[in-house]
Design a protein. Structure first.
Lengths: 410, 107
C-alpha cells in the first residue's frame, strides 16, 4: 500500500518538479515584486506563521507529536531547533551537511536536495495536552480558547489518530519537500518527542487567495468557493487571528487549527445519481454554481423557492448548513487536502477523503458551532465519517533570531 | 542496538526476543562505556549524559518484563502493543545520538 501510494505521488508530482539548485537561494526565487513563483520561497518569519493566510500549496504532510518526559527547557530547546531547521528548509537549504563525514550519519536526510524551496511552509501548533502537562508548568500560558472541543455530533474519532502535544503542518508544491520537512523535524526531536500520527495530502481542496481557482475535492465538487481568502486582511483579522480580546498577550496574532480526517465513503458516493449528489451539496457538479445560480461565484440564495414553495437549495444541503448566514455569520479559513491511505482492510474499499484543516480565532464559536450543525443534519453525512483529528493553538510568527512559541517562556 | 529485536522480527518462533534484546542492550552499553572517556575528552559530556539517560529509559522499560523463568523475561507475545511501540521509539531515541559517537571520537 505504501509503495503504491509513493508511486502514485511520484507520478502525480512529476509535473511540478522544482528547479535544481543547491540552496541558500532565497532571492533567486523571488521576482522583483517580491511575489514568489510556484517553486519559490515563502518567508518563514513574520507577524503570523506562514501556511495559514499564505496561498495554499498543492501538497501537505501533517504530523502530530507527543512529548516523552521532556522538561520545560527540553521543550524550549526543541522549539528553537525546529525553528532553525524550518528557516533553512523553507529557504531550500538542508538542515545540516549531507556530505563531509564518512563516519557520521548525514545531518540532513538528503531526499530534498535539488528540489528547491517549492514554496514550503512549516506551521507549528500546540495541543491542549501540552498545557495540562504538569511537568511543563505551562498552565498559566494557555491560550484562552484552547479547550478540547469534545465529541461533536457524528464524531467517530480514533484515539490513535487524534490529538497530540504538538503539530507540524508542512505544505509545499513538491511532496518530497513536504515529507522531508516532517521527517527531519521528527529526527531532530528524537528523544524529546515521538510521532503520534501523520497524514499526507496529495491535492489541495481549497482556494485560499483571491487569485487561486477553486479546486475540487474527491467527491468531484468545487470546494471552498466561499472560503475566507488569506489576502482579505479584514476577514482574517475578524475570523482568523487572535486579537486584543486574548488575555494571553503572547498569543495575540496566533490562530487555532482544527484538523479532521473526513473519510469519504467513495463507493456509495459514486453510485449516487447526479441529482442526488447536487442536492446533497447544494451546487451543480460541473460548474460549481449554487443550485440558485449559473456561475460558480453567483450568490447562494438560500431563501429562493421553486414549485410548491420547496426551497431550491434543500434544507439539509451541505452549503446551506455550512453557510455563514446559517451560523450567525461565522466563517472559517479552510485549508484542506485530499488524502488516500490505500484500501480499508476490513471492507476492501478505498480509504480516501478529505484531510480537513481550518483556521479560526475561536474554535468553539466557529468550527465547533458549524460542525455541530453539520454533524446533526448535513445530507452529506450519509457519505462521510469524521475519523480523527485535533485542535492546536498556532502561535504568532517568529522574528529573525527568535523562535516559534518563544512567548511560552518569556 | 537492533531495532528488529523488539519488533519481534528476529525470533518469531523461538520467543527469546526479550532476553536477546537485553543481551544486545548490554553489549551496546558496554561498547559505549569504552568510548565514553574519549567522548568526554572531546568536550561532549552533554552528549554522553544524554546517551546514558536514554540507555536507562530503555533498560527501565525492559526491567518491567523480567520474570522468574529460565530466560529471565516474559515471552515477546506478552509485550503489549503500546509497549512494543514505546520500546521501538525509545530505541530510536537512543540510537540517534549514539550514531554520532563514532565520528566524534575518531582522530
Amino acid at each position: 500500500v505504501t509503495l503504491d501510494r509513493r508511486r502514485f505521488l511520484a507520478v502525480a508530482g512529476a509535473g511540478a518538479a522544482g528547479l535544481a539548485v543547491g540552496g541558500g537561494a532565497a532571492s533567486f526565487f523571488e521576482d522583483a515584486s517580491g511575489a514568489a513563483s510556484a517553486d519559490g520561497v515563502v518567508p518563514f518569519h513574520g507577524d503570523q506563521q506562514a501556511g495559514i493566510a499564505t496561498a495554499a500549496q498543492d501538497r501537505l504532510v501533517f504530523g502530530a507529536f507527543d512529548l516523552t518526559g521532556a522538561t520545560r527547557s527540553d521543550l524550549r530547546d526543541l522549539l528553537r531547533s525546529w525553528t532553525a531547521a524550518a528557516v533553512a528548509m523553507t529557504e531550500g537549504r538542508p538542515t545540516g551537511p549531507v556530505d563531509g563525514n564518512e563516519l557520521a550519519p548525514p545531518a540532513d536526510t538528503g531526499e530534498a536536495l535539488g528540489l528547491g524551496p517549492a514554496r514550503l511552509t512549516i506551521t507549528f501548533g500546540l495541543g491542549p495536552s501540552l498545557f495540562s502537562n504538569r511537568a511543563l508548568g505551562l498552565a498559566s500560558r494557555r491560550p484562552s480558547k484552547l479547550a478540547p472541543l469534545g465529541p461533536l455530533p457524528g464524531d467517530a474519532l480514533e484515539p490513535s489518530r487524534s490529538g497530540g502535544d504538538l503539530c507540524v503542518q508542512a505544505c509545499a508544491n513538491d511532496p518530497t519537500v513536504a515529507f522531508h520537512a516532517v521527517r527531519n523535524l521528527a529526527r531532530i526531536g528524537r528523544g524529546a518527542v515521538v510521532i503520534r500520527w501523520t497524514q499526507l495530502g496529495f491535492g489541495r481542496t481549497s482556494s485560499t487567495t483571491s487569485t487561486q481557482s477553486t479546486p475540487r475535492n474527491l467527491q468531484g465538487f468545487k470546494d471552498g468557493t466561499n472560503n475566507i481568502h488569506g489576502d482579505d486582511t479584514a476577514a482574517m483579522s475578524h475570523y482568523g487571528w487572535a486579537g486584543d480580546e486574548e488575555p494571553q498577550a503572547w498569543f495575540r496574532g496566533g490562530s487555532y487549527l482544527v484538523a479532521r480526517w473526513i473519510r469519504m465513503l467513495i463507493e456509495s458516493w459514486d453510485r449516487a445519481s447526479l441529482g442526488d449528489q447536487e442536492a446533497t451539496i447544494g451546487r451543480f457538479k460541473e460548474s460549481g454554481a449554487p443550485l440558485t445560480g449559473m456561475q460558480e461565484h453567483d450568490p447562494v440564495k438560500l431563501d429562493l423557492r421553486g414549485s410548491e414553495s420547496v426551497p431550491i437549495i434543500p434544507l439539509n444541503a451541505h452549503i446551506r448548513l455550512a453557510a455563514p448566514s446559517t451560523n450567525g455569520g461565522e466563517r472559517i479559513l479552510r485549508r484542506g487536502y485530499s488524502f488516500t491511505d490505500g484500501v480499508d482492510p476490513v471492507t476492501g474499499e478505498l480509504d480516501a477523503g478529505l484531510f480537513f484543516v481550518s483556521f479560526q480565532r475561536d474554535p468553539r464559536k466557529q468550527f465547533a458551532a458549524i460542525q455541530t450543525r453539520l454533524g446533526a443534519s448535513d445530507a452529506l453525512n450519509e457519505y462521510i465519517a469524521h475519523t480523527g483529528g485535533g485542535l492546536f493553538a498556532v502561535p504568532p510568527g517568529a522574528r529573525p533570531g527568535g523562535f516559534v512559541g518563544e512567548g511560552l517562556f518569556a | 542496538v537492533a531495532h528488529s529485536k523488539i519488533t519481534g522480527e528476529e525470533d518469531r518462533y523461538s520467543h527469546t526476543d526479550l532476553s536477546d534484546f537485553q543481551a544486545n542492550l548490554y553489549g551496546s552499553r558496554k561498547a559505549f562505556e569504552l568510548l565514553k572517556p574519549a567522548l568526554v575528552a572531546e568536550g561532549d559530556s552533554g552528549l554522553a549524559a544524554t546517551i546514558e539517560r536514554r540507555f536507562d529509559t530503555v533498560q527501565n522499560g525492559l526491567d518491567r518484563y523480567r520474570r522468574p523463568t529460565p530466560l529471565g523475561f516474559a515471552l515477546y507475545s506478552a509485550v503489549t502493543p503500546a509497549d512494543r511501540r514505546a520500546f521501538a521509539q525509545q530505541i530510536d531515541a537512543l540510537a540517534e545520538p549514539l550514531s554520532t559517537v563514532a565520528a566524534r571520537v575518531s582522530p
